[in-house]
Write a protein that binds this ligand. Structure first.
Ligand code: FAD
Ligand code: NA7
Length: 542
């Protein structure tokens, strides 16, 4: 059986999501490597395998939530996604189809959990331990995802709750919501999507909300046949455009218009236009150029959404609790009728700011005002220990036994989100300090870049490519520098690791927010110059 032997491959990829699939495609097609993908999940798809909660939907428009730089696959797929956004099962199917399209299915070893990886100096290879046996690989690629390690907060007395507890990112297939009393903790992107859908069938739905969020309509609709034809005909142009845009979500990013350049009436009309068109990044990036960088511009956008809440939600007390006061500067979210559900008799809202949870009981939870809130099912839409959180619990040791966990104990660091100093021939997809953009472009670019870096050493047996420490430090400074002046720094969220109590000792970056254009320029220059930020070790002939 697999467990009894060491499986020898050129490359081992961990993670069967979009990142692992994309890297497998590149290194088999471009380099002809023998590669295997392992994943602890029983199926392919990563995020879209795990997140099966009702309402799970991309907030990237469908024609931009596909692997870039693959015209044949793109044209085979784009007509199948008839709506502006894609549902989780459709994305999972797309990723399954991509694997078959490239005839790669036999390379997936599922239900295999990665535990440790050790760089073996004598053979210049990685030794990887899993719960299903060991692997030896010259190249190690960790595509663990940035939103894949679930955050399950420790609530007092939660073990006494007699009903069912589910996290949205580990959604059981058999769960029936119809007629049930459902308590939901969490109202980020996931909680908002879930509650909007669950409110249609729940007997009773209680939202336990800690921080109110700004959300705008998604504006989901069917594409016209002409639009679908246009997407298919123009994909190469859009991929070329990545080098000129900031976020790569397929919206108009040319806006230089500032919020206070226009009259009050015009400003209101522009926000109203964006609200009706729908889309989170339409609202933040297709209205004015300064919404996420200028405090007063941000307040103007926030104020517009607050007035929408007041107009939609009939009960003034509920409307007050739903109304955010923070800057409008978390990852923007969008919905399919979220504020409206609070007008339904079966939906209510508890503010955990005003009445925190005191304890769970068998029947539900009690808040500090003494009220017992009863429900049958508790849904945790509490998000993820994001980015470097995906590496928590893993023991990865590079040159001279250097521990990745220790290397990252102050703050995670990398070059371009892809490599770490001291970890030769190891590459991450969507690792810390990668670009903060629409993720398929980031994944496609990183997979291509990894393939080029491997090519630099592939034909020299025993050779390795290793990031220089000074380049890692420099990239961290670049990421911190790019954050300067960003309003995002002032709100707490997974973007900075501040959603996990005690996670960060120092202010760090987690992402490069300088834009897709600059990210491409920098990473292209590095590869074109023959990887000057890297040391290429060539074994001495004996
Ligand atoms: P993932 O898809 O997370 O895959 C990582 C895989 O690694 C998982 O299957 C996991 O099981 C596996 N793994 C992790 N650790 C181990 C281990 N120790 N051993 C074995 N296997 C392991 N991004 C967008 O750009 N647009 C969107 O609209 C969007 N919507 C989202 C909606 C939701 C609900 C969520 C959760 C995320 C969304 N994202 C979105 C982000 C999404 O995660 C990325 O777009 C993309 O799917 C990441 O792909 P990945 O392969 O890098 O990671
Ligand atoms: P998020 O955006 O991290 O949201 C998590 C939510 O859970 C948020 O409302 C949190 O409140 C809430 N939360 C977390 N811990 C607690 C505790 N202990 N008590 C009460 N409430 C809590 O995760 P999502 O899954 O919604 O979205 C993640 C990304 O996936 C999203 O950006 C998209 O890219 C897709 P808080 O705001 O911290 O007060």
């Amino acid at each position: 059986s697999r467990a009894d032997r060491v499986h020898e491959v050129d490359a081992l990829i961990v993670g069967a999501g979009m990142g692992g699939i994309s890297t497998l495609r590149r290194i088999t097609a471009d380099l002809g490597l023998d590669a295997v993908v392992i994943d602890k999940a029983p199926g392919i798809g990563g995020t879209w395998y795990w997140n099966r909660y009702p309402g799970a939907l991309s907030d990237t428009q469908s024609f931009m939530y596909m692997l870039p730089f693959e015209p044949e696959l793109y044209r085979a797929q784009v007509g199948k996604w008839k709506s502006r956004y894609v549902q989780a099962p459709e994305i999972r199917q797309y990723l399954e189809d991509a694997v078959d399209f490239w005839n790669l299915r036999s390379r997936f070893h599922l239900e295999t959990e990665f535990r440790t990886a050790t760089f073996d100096e004598s053979s210049q290879t990685w030794l990887v331990e899993t719960d299903r046996g060991d692997y030896r690989a010259r190249f190690l690629v960790t595509a663990l995802g940035l939103l894949s390690n679930r955050n399950v907060p420790d609530f007092p007395g939660i073990d006494t709750f007699a009903g069912r507890i589910v996290h949205t990112a580990d959604w059981p297939a058999d769960l029936v919501l119809t007629g049930k009393r459902i308590g939901v903790i969490g109202n980020g992107s996931t909680g908002v999507q879930f509650m909007t859908e669950a409110a249609k069938v729940a007997g009773q739905l209680i939202s336990f909300q800690r921080t109110p969020q700004y959300t705008v309509p998604a504006g989901n609709r069917e594409w016209t046949e002409d639009e679908l034809k246009h997407f298919a005909a123009t994909c190469e142009e859009r991929w070329a455009e990545f080098a000129r845009v900031k976020i790569g979500f397929g919206i108009d990013e040319e806006y230089t218009r500032r919020t206070f350049d226009v009259s009050d009436e015009e400003r209101e009309a522009i926000f109203e236009w964006a609200w009706n068109k729908g889309g989170n990044y339409t609202f933040t990036n297709e209205t004015f150029c300064d919404v996420t960088s200028d405090r007063e511009a941000n307040e103007a956008a926030a104020d517009f959404i607050r007035r929408k809440i007041a107009a939609i939600v009939r009960d003034p007390e509920t409307a007050r609790r739903l109304t955010p006061w923070e800057l409008f500067a978390r990852r923007p979210i969008c919905d399919s009728g979220y504020y409206q559900i609070f007008n339904q008799d079966n939906v209510s809202l508890v503010s955990l700011r005003e009445t925190p949870i005191s304890e769970f009981t068998p029947a539900g939870l009690r808040t500090e005002d003494g009220t017992l809130h009863e429900f049958d099912i508790l849904v945790l839409a509490t998000g993820f220990d994001a980015v470097d959180g995906s590496y928590r619990g893993l023991d990865i040791r590079g040159r001279d036994g250097k521990s990745l966990r220790e290397h990252w104990s102050e703050s995670p660091r990398s070059h371009l989100g892809v490599t770490v100093a001291g970890f030769p021939n190891m590459f991450m997809v969507l690792g810390p300090n990668g670009p903060f953009v629409n993720l398929p472009p980031a994944i496609g670019l990183e997979a291509k870049w990894i393939s080029r870096a491997i090519r630099a050493v592939r034909d020299t047996p025993g050779a390795s490519i290793e990031l220089r420490p000074e380049a890692e430090e420099q990239w961290l400074q670049t990421c911190l520098g790019a954050l300067e002046g960003s309003l995002f720094l002032e709100t707490g969220s997974w973007i900075f690791g501040s959603n996990i109590p005690g996670k960060r000792k120092t202010r760090t970056a987690n992402f490069y927010v300088g834009g897709l254009d600059k990210y491409i320029a920098i990473s292209e220059a590095e590869a074109a110059a023959g990887f000057p930020s890297y040391q290429i070790h060539v074994p001495v002939a004996v």
